[in-house]
Design a protein around this ligand. Sequence first.
Ligand code: URA
Length: 209
Amino acid sequence: MGKVFICDHPLIQHKLAYIRDEKTITKDFRELVDEVATLMAYEITRDIPLTDAQVTTPVTTANCRMISGRMLGLIPILRAGLGMVDGILKLVPAAKVGHIGLYRDPETLQPVEYYVKLPTDVQERELIVIDPMLATGGSANAAIELLKRRGCSSMKLMCLIAAPEGIKAVQNAHPEIDIYVAAIDDFLNDHGYIVPGLGDAGDRLFGTK
Ligand code: URA
């Protein structure tokens, strides 16, 4: 079973409190999400493999360690996922970014793809799927399924806030996936909002409400 990592660093938790606050304006909300994404990127990349490397310093040679293995790919789920991309890229600027857009069919309530653009070598990359609000888990599961259909085998899921329902849904559908969250909230309300949550992450990021 994949693990759930709660990124409980004090800086992440402090910034998350401001992110949740209804009084936080769009500009600050966006900056705070960006900062938390950078801090979470530090945690999610903790197990990247290293290889020995010799570097010539001005004094002598140093036995160092450098990142090896698969290159990273970031896969934000539109639109709220976009808010975390730049913050992660600050730490891993060589990562490529693919986008997945999904909407919920009003009849079937199933997620439907409306936009998919992935790096050509996506199958060879270690992927971070970004879904800031893991509510029912429907979008995250659909995105992970799509990536698996395209031959991707190595993925982690990064969320800002998750509902227990969303975590359970991802664990049931994709038991091997590790999930990184800044917080696990109480429940989903009848409107599909995470409680206490932060409201609609897309609207708050882009000032559309
Ligand atoms: N998406 C959001 O943006 N917020 C929620 O609370 C749930 C899903």
